[in-house]
Design a binder for this molecule. Structure first.
Ligand code: SF4
Length: 223
């Protein structure tokens, strides 16, 4: 029977989920420059570039972008057309450049050039949604906050047989918050992201290789 939005798996199950993902990430996680240097400006740029595109595509433009605009101040001064040229290849370049330009100007003018470390303030910046704002708080500032996007919702819902797989569903946020307690280790989130990209594919998931297969309801039903 599928878990309803009101039911929470046992603490033991949630701990096993978290520990398995972190341990798998330590051995198999992907290396990205935004996982090595997690200063707030770099994380902000990474999260804004990663929206609605792939990490592979972002990898091609990330370092050139930072070489061209090395700080909030430089980005805030830049011509929007130049920003657009720098993010070419990611798709939605006009919208993306507009958000990058407006967000950097707001941070420069209203926050002294420092990326805010407050959820409500971040959510007011153009181009940041709840996931990317939470990612900035967690990855750049080490705040103990959970984050849910479509991929994380997909993984959690498959393993725990949760009836919702939507990142817009508050119950998924609550469930992920319980998994991440007490510290919301960033490796848990990087691990879930990588597991969906490499193992828990939407079609033909590679369950034999999955560190969660002894917990996973989807796998249990399939076998
Ligand atoms: S066991 Fe299979 S379905 Fe379950 S999380 Fe792993 S890859 Fe996905």
């Amino acid at each position: 029977m599928r878990l309803s939005v009101k039911e929470t798996p046992s603490k033991r199950t949630l701990n096993r989920f978290r520990n398995a993902v972190i341990s798998w990430f330590d051995d198999n996680g992907r290396d990205y420059p935004w996982r090595e240097d997690t200063t707030p400006y770099r994380i902000l740029i990474a999260e804004m570039l990663l929206r609605r595109t792939t990490a592979t595509a972002v990898l091609r433009v990330y370092s050139p972008f930072l070489a061209t605009f090395s700080s909030i101040e430089e980005l805030a001064r830049a011509d929007q057309a130049e920003i657009q040229r720098t993010v070419k290849g990611l798709g939605l370049q006009r919208v993306r450049a507009n958000h990058l330009s407006r967000t950097s100007k707001t941070i420069q003018n209203d926050h002294g050039g420092e990326v805010p470390n407050d959820l409500d303030v971040l959510l007011k910046l153009p181009g940041l949604g709840r996931y990317s704002a939470a990612a900035i708080l967690n990855f750049a500032f080490g705040q103990s906050v959970s984050m849910v996007d479509g991929n994380i919702a997909h993984l959690v819902s498959r393993v725990l047989d949760f009836e919702s797989a939507s990142p817009d569903d508050e119950s998924i946020w609550k469930l992920v918050d319980n998994i991440g307690q007490p510290d919301h280790d960033r490796r848990l989130y990087w691990g879930m992201i990588d597991l969906v990209a490499l193992v828990c594919l939407r079609s033909n998931p590679r369950c034999q290789l999955c560190p969660l297969n002894n917990l996973c309801e989807y796998y249990r039903k399939a076998t």
